[in-house]
Structure formats: C-alpha cells, structure tokens
Design a protein around this ligand. Structure first.
Ligand SMILES: Nc1nc2c(ncn2[C@@H]2O[C@H](COP(=O)(O)OP(=O)(O)OP(=O)(O)O)[C@@H](O)[C@H]2O)c(=O)[nH]1
Ligand SMILES: [Mg+2]
Length: 370
C-alpha cells in the first residue's frame, strides 16, 4: 500500500504558491471553497517514490494574526488538520517581508521546509540569497526554485521525502523575543497548560500565549468556550497591559516589531547584494535617445547641429572653391585668347566655365559635409 502524505503550501500572496502547486500536481486538481468561507481551496494529488501526496494550496497571507479570513483559514488548517509538512513558499526578491510570515509559521510548530522561489527575479534585482545561511538560521531546509520553469521542483520533492523519512533532520528556529515579552509568554504558557490542557492538543501552548498577548480576538473567543478560559484571558490582559506600560506601545505592536527585527536580521545576514551588471556606453546612449520624453528634444538638437555644421562648413568651403576656380578661370581665359578670337574665348569662359564654377561652388560644398 502506498503511504499517504498531506503537504500544505503556505506563503505571502503572489510568491508563486499556485505555480509550484501546478508544477507538482499538473491536472490532478480540485478547486473549491473552504467550508463556509469565500476563500478558494485548491487541492491536488501526485505520486512520488511510493508516496501518494495530497497537496493543498493555502491562501496567500502576510501574517497569521486574525485580521482576515485567509489568515484564520491558514493557521487553523495548519494547527487543526496538522499536515505532515508545510512548504513555505518565499519570494527571494522580498526576503525580509516574507520571513515575517515564516517566523509565525515556525511558531505554529508544524514541520516545515522553505521553497525559495522567484530566484530569477531576485537575480535581476542584483539580489542573491545564501541558501545555506538561511537554512542554518531557520533550522530547516531551503530549496531554491523558479516555479514558472519548474527549476528546483524535483529537488523540493526530494527534500520533502527526506524530511518525512527522517533522513534530513530539522531543528526549527525558536523565535525568541525580548526578556519582558519572554517572561510573560512563559507565565501565560504555564497557566494555559495547567488550566486548559485540551486546547494544547490543537494549538501549541506557546503560540496561544503569544496570540493572547497580541490580543487576538479569534483565540480569545476560542478560549471562552472552556471553563477556565476566562481566568486565562484575564491574566493575559493583565500581562499585555504590563507590556504596554513598559514599552509605551500597544502590546501587539511590541510583539510585531520584535518579530520584524528578527526577520530583518536573518534576511540581511543571508542576502548577498550583487552590483547590478555594468551597462555599456552604447546601452546608456540607446536608453537616453530612445527615452519617451527626452528622446524628442535630443532628436531636434541633433538635427539642428547637423544643419548648422552643413551651412557653416559649406559656406567656408564654397568661398575657398570660388576663389580657387576664379583664378583658374582667369588663367584659362588668357590661354584661350592665344588660340581664338576674344568673343568666342569670352563666351566659352563666361558661359561654359562660369556656369560650371557657379554649379560647383554653390552645390558641392553643401553636399560634401552632408
Ligand atoms: N519570474 C518568476 N515568476 C514567477 C515565479 N513563480 C511564480 N511566478 C509568477 O508570479 C505570479 C504569481 O504567481 P502565483 O503562483 O499565482 O502566486 P500565488 O502565491 O499563488 O499568489 P496568491 O494565490 O495570490 O497568493 C504569476 O504571474 C507567476 O507566473 C518564479 O519563480 N519566477
Ligand atoms: Mg495562488
């Protein structure tokens, strides 16, 4: 019998989750809605190395707070349905922003690997990610991919199986906040484990504690269903207020800023900014002369310069030629007078040679510079 696996794709909006999903599942897809929600749910199946893998394409989210349906659908699927593995699709060209969600997925304590997607777009921006460093910092495998070409997809699948089979060990990063926050998380965590152990079967107790300090209405609502829930909520309220008094900011803001700082540090350490490829002089000139607005005045200036050059250059050349040819004409006239009557010599000289000189001195000097 083939072994069944459930894998969920999670990540920010527009990072390429569906592109990876399509690469993995091909036409084996079913698209519908999440039960009772207007959020799209896409599922697909693939067979790989003796596994039947069910893949679910989770909605795009920037956070796992309870601000939108997408966020609640994503976190509840991960916590309640407990897929065997999460593939967190990360946009390599916006690492810091994407890692903010990665840290929250890690806080849900689900086994996870990262598909570092859109590395082609990152490279175009001159950004390269040191996948090894990123993987070390997060404690989970990171596989570079370009979903639209299928590059890295096989490696991603191999990594999924390696983690599932235990051949590749993961040691997910524990997100640590400042001491004031940590103290209160652990107080609350102990209280939750003591008072509502049932809920800890679904959500990690540390995650509930963090969410309560973030004043998450969805989690608060869930706790109200338990007998001892109100006691925990009251304590959480007290601890969140203390945090606010220490930091002078709303408790959710304190936690979000600390999380951002961690995401930013990891992103900076793993990012290699490469100087963008050198642009040649020809490319620069081409860019300026074909510019939508600048191109027109540049064209006018160039045409005017050409005309000025032709007229100034032509006029000087015309003067030089004229004086040379007139001297020549006088010489020819003297020469002709030796052989023919003066009337005919004058006619030839003024009519024929004079005409030729006029033609040459007026037209030629302007044609040559042109
Ligand atoms: N250049 C490049 N484009 C990509 C890559 N992956 C996805 N895209 C493009 O990025 C856009 C978004 O991709 P999707 O797969 O729809 O992203 P998503 O994460 O499913 O987005 P949501 O469903 O809105 O959350 C599409 O135009 C893709 O063709 C990649 O690796 N490189
Ligand atoms: Mg999608």
């Amino acid at each position: 019998m083939t072994k069944q696996l459930r894998i969920a794709l999670a990540g920010n909006a527009n990072v390429g989750k569906s592109a990876i999903f399509n690469q993995l599942t091909g036409l084996n897809q079913v698209v519908g809605n999440w039960p009772g929600k207007t959020v799209e749910r896409a599922e697909g199946t693939l067979h790989y190395k003796g596994f039947t893998i069910h893949i679910i394409d989770l909605p795009g989210t920037y956070s796992l707070s309870a601000f939108s349906l997408e966020e609640i659908v994503t976190r509840d699927y991960i916590a309640i349905e407990k897929p065997d593995l999460i593939i967190n699709v990360v946009d390599a060209s916006a690492l810091e922003r994407n890692l903010y969600l990665t840290l929250q997925l890690l806080e849900l304590e689900a086994p996870m690997i990262v598909a570092l997607n859109q590395i082609d777009l990152a490279a175009k921006k001159g950004v390269k990610i040191n996948t090894e460093k990123l993987s070390d910092a997060l404690g989970i495998p990171v596989v570079p991919t370009v979903a639209i070409t299928g590059s890295g997809i096989n490696e991603l699948l191999s990594k999924v199986i390696a983690v599932i089979n235990g051949e590749e060990k993961i040691n997910p990063l524990k997100v640590h906040y400042g001491s004031e926050v940590e103290e209160r998380i652990s107080k609350l965590q102990n209280l939750i484990e003591e008072k509502i152990p049932q809920i800890c079967q679904v959500y990690p107790s540390r995650w509930i504690a963090i969410k309560l300090l973030e004043r998450d209405e969805d989690v608060t609502g869930k706790l109200k269903n338990y007998k001892q829930g109100k006691k925990v909520i009251k304590e959480a309220e007290k601890l969140a207020t203390e945090l606010e008094e220490i930091h002078g900011e709303a408790s959710p803001v304190v936690i979000a800023s600390e999380r951002y700082a961690i995401a930013s540090k990891i992103a900076k350490e793993a990012t290699i900014i490469e100087t963008p490829p050198k642009i040649s002089i020809e490319q620069k000139l081409d860019a300026i002369t074909t510019h939508n607005i600048l191109g027109y005045p540049i064209l006018v200036v160039i045409i005017l310069s050409i005309f000025t050059l032709i007229f100034i250059g032509g006029a000087s050349l015309s003067e030089i030629l004229d004086s040379f040819l007139r001297t020549l004409s006088t010489y020819i006239e003297t020469l002709l007078l030796n052989y023919m009557p003066s009337g005919i010599a004058e006619l030839i000289n003024n009519g024929l040679i004079g005409g030729l000189i006029a033609g040459i001195t007026i037209a030629l000097p302007y044609v040559v510079p042109f």
